[in-house]
Design a binder for this molecule. Structure first.
Ligand code: 5GP
Length: 184
């Protein structure tokens, strides 16, 4: 049995990280694809767990070598999915979650795997998004504004996804996503 590839996108601050952590806790057979990025690690992040944190030079080497399934530039940093993340999961027949933004999702869609499910996680409102990003306190005000501008663009693309789930209540959002992943 081939595992499913589950793309989950959603604007910065929509609670995607928390929802994904809960999904992984619920079912140990679900795996998360660990992306590569040139962004600085946040204080609670470790290389190889949240991301593989690499230099710009290293990232560009990986692009040239064709090691990435897709990549994008987001707020002046590279982010990409190493092909090995998917091949590992496919070999083991496990479902794999890709936490990637809209351009990455579009590129995965273009490669048209038949076992792909795409889910867009939306915040209850734009104001709620601003509130959550500010409360998180991990970004400077200028970065928050850039992330909000990007969020607006991302929200306009949500209908390209197979499912749109509104994250208004954490537990029911996790239930809904789990149901989609397991049954669709
Ligand atoms: P953050 O800096 O908040 O961890 O992530 C910023 C954005 O980059 C999020 O929307 C996240 O989904 C996206 N992202 C993370 N990894 C990848 C990746 O490998 N490819 C693409 N296209 N986007 C990614």
């Amino acid at each position: 049995m081939k595992g499913k590839i589950v793309v989950i996108s959603g604007p910065s601050g929509c609670g995607k990280g928390t929802v994904i952590a809960k999904l992984l806790d619920r079912d140990s057979s679900l795996k998360l694809s660990v992306s590569m990025t040139t962004r600085e690690p946040r204080p609670n992040e470790a290389s190889g767990r949240e991301y593989y944190f690499v230099s710009r030079e290293e990232f560009e080497k990986r692009i040239a070598a064709g090691d990435l399934l897709e990549y994008t530039v987001y707020n002046e940093n590279y982010y990409g999915t190493p092909k090995t993340e998917l091949s590992k999961a496919q070999e083991q027949g496990t479902d794999i979650l890709l936490d990637i933004e809209i351009e990455g999702a579009e590129n995965v869609r273009k490669s048209a795997p038949d076992n792909l499910i795409t889910i867009f996680l939306a915040p209850p409102s734009f104001e709620e998004l601003r509130r959550r990003l500010t409360l998180r306190g991990t970004e400077d005000p200028e970065v928050i504004e850039r992330r909000l501008a990007r969020a607006e663009k991302e929200l306009a693309e949500k209908d390209k996804y197979d499912y749109v789930v509104i994250n208004d209540d954490l537990e029911s959002t996790v239930d809904e996503l789990y149901y989609i992943i397991k049954n669709k």
